[in-house]
Design a protein around this ligand. Structure first.
Ligand code: FMN
Length: 315
């Protein structure tokens, strides 16, 4: 049983302390534990070149071999992802900056697209599905109101690695490094997360389930707190409300005690981003968008001229 903690906060900071506390519980349960702080690694920013997804499209059509990210030889990302994909459990502890996970974590997360687990499995680059389980820790100086996108964005970063999130916690009101040492309940909750990760790893894949706090979040599928009014998808699918993270669809209902509940539609999981097949539907959308663009190159070329020639002073 191997558990890796990824931290994107200051050295000896609050995120690192909580990640260590969670790992302690994993270690007590017999896991081999490692911790990496992303500040110690060189991670180039995704340039948006789309070489990875273009190659994926071609390889899936039987053309060429997958060479991976063009930045592969330039930084530590390959090393980190291979460590992730050879682990059984992952604990991600990240500070909230401007309501959301810090840019350092996002830099790592965006580069993970080139290592899509379902794709690597399909082409045999990965021999076995790692069936990773994950726990998310968002850490901020404030309460939920100032960390309103943190766990949601962290949750969204798990899809490319097909990681099943079994627990989440938000550590609130921790400003200076070490502040969390005054919050025993948060340290205990992080320890519990470690226990939950170890428990999930030792549970057969098909029986694994949410082990976090029962009433955590609003979405019954991924436990995010962000449910928004749905709009038509590219193929006309539409739900009254959708989960902003996993894409589950349904409606909001008021319970007798006056609270709101997100109730999944009978077909509410057809766009569930936790599901490899549902994510493959999104790949169809990407391919359709690309084909529509490729077919109309004469129009694009003509209209491009104006914007390529148009220049404004820079600074
Ligand atoms: C640029 C910046 C933006 C921040 N924005 C938020 C925020 O929106 N919400 C919040 O709760 N805390 C915010 N914080 C506070 C950090 O999340 C907090 O200090 C946290 O404990 C840092 O974690 P660390 O000790 O692991 O580095 C911000 C800090 C910085 C440096």
């Amino acid at each position: 049983m191997k558990v890796l903690a990824i931290v994107a906060g200051r050295h000896n900071g609050n995120s690192e302390i909580l990640a260590k506390e969670a790992l302690l519980a994993c270690q007590e349960a017999g896991a081999e534990c490692k911790l990496i702080n992303l500040f110690d690694y060189h991670i180039e920013m995704c340039t948006g070149c789309e070489c990875c997804t273009m190659q994926m499209g071609e390889v899936m059509q039987g053309k060429g071999t997958y060479k991976g990210c063009v930045l592969k030889e330039k930084d530590d990302m390959d090393k980190i992802i291979n460590e992730v994909q050879s682990s059984d459990g992952l604990i991600i502890a990240v500070p909230s900056y401007d309501l959301a996970p810090s840019a350092l974590y996002l830099r790592y997360a965006h580069r993970a697209l080139a290592y899509e687990v379902s794709f690597r499995l399909a082409i045999g680059e990965l021999k076995n599905d790692p069936h990773l389980v994950g726990g998310l820790i968002a850490v901020g100086g404030s309460c939920h109101d100032w960390q309103s996108l943190s766990l949601e964005v962290l949750g969204a970063s798990l899809f490319t690695q097909s990681i099943q999130c079994v627990d989440q916690m938000m550590a609130t009101r921790n400003g200076r490094p070490g502040n969390v040492l005054l919050r025993d309940e948060q340290l205990e909750r992080a320890h519990k997360m470690g226990e939950n990760i170890a428990k999930a790893i030792q549970t057969p894949v098909e029986a694994r389930t949410w082990l976090g706090d029962e009433d955590f979040g609003v979405c019954p599928r991924c436990h995010s707190s962000l449910i928004y009014p749905g709009e038509p998808h590219w193929d006309g699918i539409e739900f009254p409300f959708e989960c902003a993270v996993c894409g589950s669809g349904g409606d909001l209902e008021r319970t007798k005690d006056g609270k709101y509940r997100f109730v999944l539609a009978p077909n509410g999981l057809i766009r569930d981003r936790n599901n490899n097949e549902a994510r493959a539907e999104h790949l169809k959308e990407i391919i359709a968008t690309r084909m529509e663009f490729m077919k109309q190159q004469d129009i694009v070329k003509e209209k491009y001229k104006k914007y390529k020639e148009l220049q404004f002073p820079s600074i």
